[in-house]
Write a protein that binds this ligand. Structure first.
Ligand code: C2E
Ligand code: CA
Ligand code: CA
Length: 526
């Protein structure tokens, strides 16, 4: 805009020059045809007409009209110039990301065909890298959008430094970038570039006196091997990037056809899972928890099962992570709890119900309130509920996890540390969080025949006693293991030896048959 105003100042001298030029031209013309002489003669001849005044008015009026016309023409020229500059500015805005100044998706789509054509007419290949930042969302959520924006600007300049003049860098989404360049086919140039990008973006970012860390996952697609059209190339590079994300982030992936199929299958599973959670195709199965001192059922653990119309029963390991990704775990968990509470009405008044929660639920400050509402709705005593938290779930925000767990305990719900021993920081969890039960990981129980595992199980049983937490051994499949656990002082056990996870109706049958057996034993003892 400044440039337009600046140019407006030139208009007056231009107009003056035009007027002077016109005056000179007129006087030359008048001279050449002896116009002044003729006019003077005319006035002398018709002095009685008194035309000279009219003529003077007409003459000077004509000159004024000429000046006005010239002025208007100059104005028009200026307007056209200003419009051209504004249009160029708008076009530049439309083609560039206003935050980072990088090219945007439109430019990428416009320029990819030319790059593809260049690759076709040479011996090189066109390589597209789709880059998605890892852990960017928490930076935005925790430190705010200004910090997030500052990080994105730094990401853009690091990418430009990596690519240099070799190719095009574009920002195509919030934290998604694309590089497009020509590279030698049959070399490891694409992997080297991807590694350079990941390394560059993983170095700490200094923003507002803080050091922030994030990573990047890169999907790579090559033309003509993976696709020949620009849009297709971008799509398949995106597919490769998602594959990398699922494989654990911070990595790069080349596209191949299986990925496309996997992605389609996953998209279908996601749609079906959404429906299954609302229609009730996912139900809890119940596995008994036994008191090792007398083999009595003291509770059941609810384990989610998806009864898929064509694929049969799908285990939780397969669909829980998807439900977590889709933000459906809350709805799923509440459904399992509600159904568990209803099923528990067929059990003894003191039989416990254990449910598993996911890591994301440890971030939910309303978890206790949500659970309590379901307990009230179903008339279930909070003292009978045990919430199991897997060791691996307690990773990032341990302080907040402590608050959520304490809020559950404050309403009478008890909390168990699941899969104890499987994670890296088992002991620090015990120091920083308060649990009511310990569940020793099945991997130690399965290998109880080795001296090391026996020692570990014995130590955990001792630890539980010292901290006042009953220990449950998971994955008990044989009577020998059950005996060994009794000897080592484990209080509770769970495993195929005592019962597999079963539907609610069978769990109720299990309770009755244990009661009948106990009654029989009591009678025979009399
Ligand atoms: P987990 O909580 O450690 O559950 C124990 C797993 O071991 C269950 O697998 C159970 O069927 C299996 N198991 C029990 N006894 C034995 C045995 O004697 N031998 C063997 N080989 N396995 C045994 P499942 O049902 O497939 O559940 C897997 C995991 O899925 C669970 O591990 C839990 O972390 C998660 N999960 C299950 N239901 C839910 C849920 O409703 N919400 C959440 N967030 N996670 C769930
Ligand atoms: Ca569990
Ligand atoms: Ca477990």
């Amino acid at each position: 805009m400044k440039r337009c105003i600046g140019q407006g100042k030139l208009i007056l001298p231009v107009e003056l020059a035009v007027c002077i030029g016109a005056a000179i031209a007129l006087s030359i013309l008048f001279n050449s045809i002896n116009a002044f002489e003729r006019i003077v003669n005319f006035f002398v001849k018709h002095e009685n007409w008194q035309l000279d005044e009219y003529f003077c008015v007409l003459f000077f009026g004509g000159i004024g009209a000429l000046v006005l016309a010239i002025r208007r023409a100059a104005d028009l020229a200026r307007e056209i110039r200003e419009r051209e500059i504004a249009e160029a500015h708008a076009l530049s805005l439309a083609r560039h990301d206003p935050l980072t100044g990088l090219a945007n998706r439109r430019v990428l789509q416009d320029e990819l065909p030319a790059l593809l054509e260049e690759a076709r007419s040479s011996t090189s290949q066109c390589v597209v890298f789709v880059i998605d930042l890892d852990h960017f969302k928490p930076i935005n959520d925790v430190y705010g959008h200004d910090t997030g924006d500052a990080v994105l600007v730094k990401v853009a300049s690091r990418l430009q430094r990596v690519v240099g003049a070799r190719g095009l860098v574009a920002r195509v989404g919030g934290d998604e970038f694309v590089l497009a360049m020509l590279q030698e086919p049959g070399t490891d140039a694409p992997s080297r570039t991807a590694i350079q990008v990941i390394r560059a973006l993983s170095a700490p970012y200094e923003v507002g006196g803080r050091l922030l860390e994030l990573g990047a996952t890169v999907g790579i697609a090559r033309a003509p091997v993976d696709a020949t059209l620009g849009d297709d190339l971008l799509r398949v590079a995106d597919v490769a990037m998602y594959d990398g994300k699922r494989a654990g982030k911070g990595t790069h992936r080349f596209f191949h056809a299986d990925m496309d199929q996997r992605l389609r299958a996953r998209a279908m599973l996601e749609a079906e899972l959404r429906e299954a959670i609302t229609t009730g195709d996912i139900t809890p199965y119940f596995q008994p928890v036994i008191a090792l001192c007398d083999d009595r059922i003291i509770g059941f653990e609810a384990l989610a099962r998806w009864h898929h119309p064509t694929r049969g029963t799908i285990p939780p390991d397969e669909f829980i992570p998807i439900a977590e990704d889709l933000g459906l775990i809350d709805a799923l968990s509440q459904r399992i709890l509600r159904q568990g509470c209803i099923a528990a009405s067929d059990w003894h008044w003191d039989t416990t119900l254990s449910i598993n929660i996911s890591p994301v639920q440890l971030k939910d400050s309303w978890l206790a309130a949500k659970f309590l509402a379901i307990l009230q709705e179903t008339g279930f005593n909070p003292q009978r509920l045990i919430v199991e938290v897997s060791e691996n779930a307690i990773t990032d925000d341990i302080q907040h996890a402590a608050i959520v767990l304490a809020s559950l305990q404050n309403v009478g719900i008890r909390v168990a540390l699941d899969d104890f021993g499987k994670g890296y920081s088992s002991f620090s969890h015990l120091r920083e969080l308060k649990f009511d039960y310990l569940k020793i990981d099945s991997s130690f129980v399965e290998s109880m025949n080795t001296a090391e595992s026996r020692k570990i199980v014995s130590a955990v049983a001792g630890l539980g006693k010292a901290l006042g937490m009953p220990v449950t051994a998971e994955g008990v499949e044989s009577a020998e293991v059950a005996d060994a656990l009794r000897e080592l002082g484990c209080e509770h056990a769970q495993g195929f030896l005592f019962g597999r996870p079963v539907a609610a109706i069978e769990a109720a049958g299990m309770v009755r048959s244990y009661d009948d057996r106990a009654e029989l034993l009591k009678r025979s003892a009399r």
